[in-house]
Design a binder for this molecule. Structure first.
Ligand code: AMP
Length: 407
């Protein structure tokens, strides 16, 4: 379907052309007409499907063409992380470039200057406010945010926001909004708690389901069955084997992020880290370096696993097994975007084997197990017996790891 088929305003069409979009993606094809018709929508769509433009385009079009009050904030887009807020704001800027629709990103971690700017915009009224829940709640509590004329509410990555404990903040914000408004909820997964949230917020919603719970075939997935002590030597080995241009390594804790980055730097790899202990300017700087290709190796907590749009990553390493299958798909989905090809390696320790088996179950097939180089010592066996017992009784005891590399 072509974008010309949606009947968008010419000024918006110019922004679409300038962004290089020709055909609508499946989520856009389904969601845009519903939003244009004024319906509430609940959509399960992951990042990479074009979901951001699926709500921004009809939103911009409505703000251009529908009568609305000046000096009020018109639309609120609530997202889980600062990075996603910045990214959506950039998208918004590109698509609305030839229109007079205004927007602002409101997120924590900025300096006093950012706060003054946010306060000014929110008390004067921006067309589209893209915000993280905690920061928006603080502004609302201070009493100057103009919300009386607000017409659109969008929750993006709603499952992620609930996982991060933002339920109360979100409900506080929603209680401050006019009751009559159009509501859109996007979520990669649809667990019970999201349905509950949707029931509270949406009115007779239309449901759209575009979730890809399986990673694209072109991602070469491999798992390394290892002991914890083998992980750092293995990362170094893999990075030294090939000249990767852009490598993203996910760890499940800040401590491992810091330790691994330190070790990689010591071994003269060009690596840096991103996690919630860094202040916002530093996080932005590291992301810019990585996105531009000047920094080839980024070690991250899973702050980056969803929603962040970085192209051309050729290797993702799960240094720890992700929490669940959806997280796994999100993390490895950072590679092989668009036409590129990519690899995804996952390190699985003995105590993570059960978790990884359930991920394999979700994927519908086992992830090929790669051979750990001999010089790293013997590795544990992978007990592929189905959980619940009854299967393979020949579970090999983990063999001794000889090369006790000190970290
Ligand atoms: P998203 O799922 O919103 O994170 O979008 C993923 C990427 O697809 C972003 O880089 C968008 O700019 C891009 N994109 C969104 N819609 C289209 C489209 N219709 N044609 C080409 N690229 C698109």
């Amino acid at each position: 379907m072509k974008f010309t088929d949606f009947g968008f305003d010419d000024r918006l069409m110019e922004g679409i052309d300038a962004s290089g979009y020709e055909n609508a993606t499946p989520v856009q094809e389904q969601v845009i007409p519903l939003i244009m018709a004024g319906k509430d929508v609940i959509a399960s769509a992951q990042t990479g499907t074009g979901k951001t433009a699926a709500f921004l385009l009809p939103l911009i079009n409505k703000i251009i063409t529908d009568p609305h009050e000046d000096h009020t904030n018109n639309a609120l887009v609530i997202v889980p992380t600062r990075e996603l807020a910045v990214q959506i704001a950039q998208h918004m800027e590109g698509l609305s470039y030839f229109t007079s629709v205004s927007s602002i990103a409101v997120y924590g971690g900025g300096d006093g200057n950012a706060f003054v700017q946010e306060k000014k915009a929110l008390s004067h009224g921006a067309d589209v406010v893209i915000c993280t829940p905690g920061k928006m709640m603080s502004h609302i509590k201070m009493g100057y945010v103009k919300l009386a004329g607000l017409k659109y509410l969008i929750l993006d990555e709603a499952d992620r926001m609930l996982d991060m404990g933002f339920y109360d903040d979100i409900m506080f914000i929603i209680d401050s909004l006019p009751k009559k408004r159009q509501n859109l909820l996007f979520s990669a997964t649809m667990p019970h708690k999201i349905r509950e949230l949707a029931r509270k917020i949406l009115h007779n919603p239309e449901e759209v389901n575009i979730s890809i719970s399986k990673p694209p075939e072109k991602i070469k997935q491999e798992a390394f069955i290892v002991y914890e002590t083998q992980k750092i030597p293995l990362v170094k080995h893999l990075l030294g084997k090939k000249d990767f241009k852009s490598v993203l390594i996910f760890c499940s804790s800040k401590i491992s992020v810091k330790q691994l980055t330190r070790d990689l730097k010591r071994a003269r790899f060009l690596a840096d880290e991103i996690h919630s202990d860094l202040d916002q300017p530093k996080r932005e700087e590291v992301l810019i370096q990585f996105k531009s290709g000047r920094l080839p190796i980024l070690v991250a907590t899973d702050i980056l696993s969803r929603g962040i749009d970085i192209d051309n990553i050729d290797l993702v390493i799960n240094y720890d097994v992700p929490h669940d299958g959806e997280d796994y798909v999100h993390r490895i989905g950072r590679t092989a975007r668009a036409a590129a090809e990519g690899s995804a390696y996952t390190f699985v320790t003995v105590k993570e084997q059960r978790k990884f088996m359930s991920i394999e179950k979700l994927l519908g097939k086992p992830v090929p197990k790669a051979i750990v180089p001999e010089e790293l010592g013997e590795t544990p066996a992978y007990n592929a017996a189905p959980s619940g017992g009854g299967g393979n009784r020949n579970f090999n005891k983990p063999r001794r790891f000889q090369n006790n590399t000190k970290r």
